[in-house]
Design a protein around this ligand. Structure first.
Ligand SMILES: Cc1cc2nc3c(=O)[nH]c(=O)nc-3n(C[C@H](O)[C@H](O)[C@H](O)COP(=O)(O)OP(=O)(O)OC[C@H]3O[C@@H](n4cnc5c(N)ncnc54)[C@H](O)[C@@H]3O)c2cc1C
Length: 465
């Protein structure tokens, strides 16, 4: 198979060549793509990999290049897609690594089970969720994906399968794999612990807040009383309403809270997708004018309101209404800039926005959230503090601006998210992740031959030293 625009490789193919890119649609590269159907297939592909090595790929929803491997092998893990068991009482599920969170939700909801950590899209595999240790709107209470993994089956560099648990003999390798961006081995299956819910709906409080300081102050007050909390903010409007936004917080609705119509099927997977964006947009479609228009509409669409009942798409995944919405940025693609800074350095959020504005860069999709505690994984991104992400179309001057923003973030003790970044430097990762050497030691032991490599690992010098 050869394709100009594959996000996941063709699931029918078992061995082919493809040009692959991430969700940001920048820096594509060509690799041999193998679709394993078992741990044995994975071991065989590792044994057959050439000098450019091998890397696992889920649904390609990372923004940059972590699941690409120019001139080497990429394992399309969606061929390992079985949900093996669901235990309704304990909430324990055993799944292949290529199962998407969308599929798992559809299968688990009828049992009253809910994935405690969901990213901004459900089109993410279990392997990709562990590999990036994804976080969601519930991070302030439940932490990131790795906190809910009970065991991992990992194929390591010599092709053997390791069973890893968070507190067992191999716990160091477990935590190096969580957030390890596929560089410790290939996850073939995992056991996860889901939460019990009565319904698939949320009771949502939305607050329209007309400036950045108040938006952040509100999130400091009573976030803990909401299971999920996030804010969208306007990065275009200047003056007194600079950084105005919508604070959206919700709890799982009980059956009694639903209107009679929804009460008939409270666990229905209610997540409509309306249309898929065609690949026809020119570069430059998102400019100051369109971003201002979008920001105005988005802000006005949700007036302050308490206790609204919302479905999965409305509350958690509004972007999933549009399939392949990244095409709207045109062929040059876009960059998502996401970082976290300690809670007391909230000034960095404002400064980043001001610098973007001064550089004439616009972003319409902007998210701000307060993280809770970090977990034990050395490369896990979330830590207590503010995380912010903005989507900026690729264009002149973007590199220089981002270098300037990097310095602000790192000087404040912050860091960047490996699943979202596509252009930062090895030095920025070393500074942002002070436990990098600890991770390297565990990774080197699991993969002494340095077989697991990706475009990202070469770019960020995460390969063997
Ligand atoms: C619209 C959108 C919204 C998003 N929102 C969020 C968000 O709110 N929070 C968040 O945390 N992330 C978010 N993301 C990022 C996304 O959740 C992560 O990039 C995730 O890792 C993508 O999973 P994937 O299956 O597509 O994996 P890929 O992107 O293909 O791979 C991600 C990494 O995991 C590794 N990997 C994949 N499968 C395996 C495996 N079986 N074994 C070992 N390693 C493996 C890859 O090598 C790679 O390093 C968002 C992405 C999009 C497109």
């Amino acid at each position: 198979m050869s394709s100009a625009d594959p996000i996941a490789a063709d699931p029918m193919a078992t061995d082919s060549t493809a040009s692959l890119h991430g969700w940001g649609r920048t820096a594509p590269s060509t690799a041999r793509v193998v679709v394993p159907r078992s741990a044995d297939d994975v071991a065989a592909a590792i044994a057959a990999a050439g000098p450019r090595g091998i890397i696992a790929r889920g649904l390609g929803r990372s923004y940059g290049d972590p699941s690409q491997n120019a001139g080497g092998t990429v394992l399309d893990m969606t061929g390992l897609g079985v949900v093996h068991s669901i235990d309704a009482d304990s909430g324990r599920v055993v799944v292949d690594a290529g199962v998407s969170l969308d599929t798992l939700m559809r299968r688990a909801l009828p049992f009253g089970l809910w994935l405690p950590v969901l990213a901004g899209t459900r089109q993410v595999t279990v392997g990709g969720a562990i590999g990036a240790d994804i976080h969601g709107k519930a991070h302030h209470l439940v932490g990131s994906f790795g906190n809910h993994v009970e065991s991992i089956r990992l194929v390591v560099g010599d092709g053997s399968v390791r069973e890893l648990t968070p507190d067992g003999e191999d716990s160091e390798l477990f935590w190096a794999t969580v957030g390890g961006m596929g560089l410790t081995g290939v996850i073939v299956a995992a056991t996860l612990r889901l939460h019990h819910v009565e319904t698939a709906y949320f009771t949502v409080d939305t607050e329209q807040i007309d400036n950045l300081d108040d938006l952040m102050a509100r999130q400091m007050i009573d976030d803990e009383s909401y299971a999920e909390s996030v804010s969208w903010f306007d990065a275009v409007t200047t003056g007194a309403h600079f950084g105005r936004g919508l604070l959206m917080r919700g709890n799982h609705a009980t059956a009694a809270e639903l209107p009679p119509k929804l009460r008939r099927d409270p666990l229905k997977f209610d997540a409509p997708q309306l249309l898929t964006v065609p690949d026809v947009f020119p570069p430059g479609l998102l400019n100051r004018f369109t971003a201002k228009l979008f920001s105005e509409l988005w802000y006005r669409k949700s007036p302050t309101r308490s206790g609204a009942i919302q479905n999965i798409t409305q509350f958690l995944h509004p972007l999933d209404i549009l399939g392949e919405w990244n095409r709207g940025y045109g062929p040059r693609g876009f960059l998502q800039y996401q970082f976290v800074v300690p809670i007391e350095r909230d000034d960095v959020i404002r400064t980043v926005l001001e610098r973007m504005s001064a550089a004439g860069k616009v972003s319409a999709l902007n998210v701000l959230k307060r993280f809770g505690a970090a977990n034990r994984a050395p490369l896990s991104f979330p830590k207590p503090g503010w995380t912010m992400c903005v989507d900026i179309p690729v264009g002149p001057g973007l590199g220089a601006l981002c270098d300037e923003l990097d310095a602000l973030v790192l000087d404040a003790g912050g860091r960047h998210y490996l699943a979202k970044e596509s252009r930062t430097s090895p030095e920025a990762i070393r500074r942002g992740y002070p436990r990098l050497d600890e991770w390297r030691k565990v990774r080197d032991a699991a993969d002494p031959g340095g077989i697991f490599t990706s475009d990202m690992s070469r770019r960020l010098e995460l390969t063997h030293s």
